[in-house]
Design a protein around this ligand. Structure first.
Ligand SMILES: CCCCC/C=C\C/C=C\C/C=C/C(=O)SCCNC(=O)CCNC(=O)[C@H](O)C(C)(C)COP(=O)(O)OP(=O)(O)OC[C@H]1O[C@@H](n2cnc3c(N)ncnc32)[C@H](O)[C@@H]1OP(=O)(O)O
Length: 303
């Protein structure tokens, strides 16, 4: 499914060389764990490990930005590049998105990217977040989220952008858009994605309360599609992938586009305004104070 040329252009303009080169091994391949035949060679970058299996047409894409897969500018950029590489390789039809960090799928925005940062950096950062959402939400590939850890806020939006979600049955692995608890709010396109998944009333309540759902409640509200024992998340994600890949790609892609285009177009039509809204909102003194306090609280938790 071709993204609007504007998005492709934005992606290329965004993917500045330094972001690609800083500590990454983009393009370098290494044998996947356990060897394997042709097409089993890993590739990716420092923060995203891609384990492709050409025989099945399925790749596993692991977030590897310890300790909590916070969405740094580099991680956002590398995720977009890795996804684009798989989309451009017609060998692949599906991607399982999971975490290489223990206990956490993705901790959401890297708050150090917006706390104490200048407006220009916040704008660049938010464009990268928009780009990742557009890439995943509109992807021609089948995306299955194998959620093997905590999945708050920005992590939840990545999972929601996938076609389906499998969550490990661990009460510590909570999922949801908890922005209000940090004193911020989810932008309209996160709200739209939530509403498209769990409905308006459930979203209205969960967004205002900043609800983080434990697995049983996440399943009940429809935020995830399956809850399984932790050691069955990856195998269940593979089985779910097989179910989706049994459908002819073209018909599935056209249907996905029919379901999601209006939501994505709403952001595409006002992408600059959304960026300006984000920057003016997060750069307010009151919001900066709130985010700094939240980060401090996180850091003290270990004390
Ligand atoms: C109208 C205009 C719209 C305006 C829009 C404004 C903003 C955008 C809105 C929405 C988009 C998305 C927003 C977000 O994603 S905000 C971030 C939300 N994330 C969270 O609330 C999660 C916070 N983290 C945790 O709860 C826990 O860390 C964890 C994920 C449950 C893991 O717990 P664990 O005990 O395993 O680890 P620690 O807590 O000890 O953390 C280890 C280490 O990482 C640091 N850290 C954790 N999370 C983040 C983060 N999100 N960003 C940066 N750093 C993070 C933590 O401080 C520790 O650091 P240390 O230095 O102490 O090792």
């Amino acid at each position: 499914m071709a993204l609007a040329s504007g998005v492709r252009f934005a992606a290329r303009a965004l993917l500045r060389p330094w972001a690609l080169l800083r500590g990454t091994t983009l393009g370098r391949t290494e044998p996947a764990a356990g060897g394997g035949g042709d097409g089993a060679r890993r590739f990716g970058s420092q923060r995203v490990l891609v384990e492709p299996d050409a025989a099945s047409g399925v790749a596993v894409m692991k977030l590897r930005n310890p300790p909590v897969n916070a969405l740094s500018l580099e991680l956002l950029t590398e995720l977009v590049i890795s996804l684009e590489k798989l989309e451009n390789d017609k060998t692949f039809r599906g991607v399982i998105l999971t975490s290489d960090c223990p206990r956490v799928f993705c901790a959401g925005l890297d708050l150090t990217e917006i706390c104490g940062r200048n407006p220009a950096h916040c704008a660049e950062y938010w464009k990268a977040m928009q780009e990742l959402w557009l890439r995943t939400y509109l992807s021609s590939l089948v995306l299955v989220a194998a959620i093997n850890g905590a999945c708050p806020a920005g992590g939840c939006i990545i999972a929601l952008s996938c076609d389906c979600r499998v969550l490990a049955d661990n009460p510590k692995y909570r999922i949801g858009l908890n922005e209000t608890l940090l004193g911020i709010i989810a932008p309209f396109w996160l709200k739209d994605t939530y509403v498209n998944t769990i409905g308006h009333r459930a979203s209205e309540q969960a967004l205002q309360l900043g609800s983080l759902f434990p697995p049983a409640e996440a399943l009940q509200v429809g935020l995830v599609d399956q809850v399984v024992p932790e050691d069955q998340v990856q195998s269940t994600a593979l089985s779910e992938m097989a179910r989706w890949l049994a459908v002819p790609d073209h018909a599935r892609q056209l249907t996905k586009n029919m379901m999601r285009k209006a939501t994505a177009d709403r952001l595409l039509r006002q992408r600059d305004a959304d960026t300006q809204n984000f920057v003016s909102f997060v750069c307010r003194d009151s919001i900066q104070k709130s985010l700094q306090a939240y980060l401090e609280k996180l850091r003290q938790r270990k004390g």
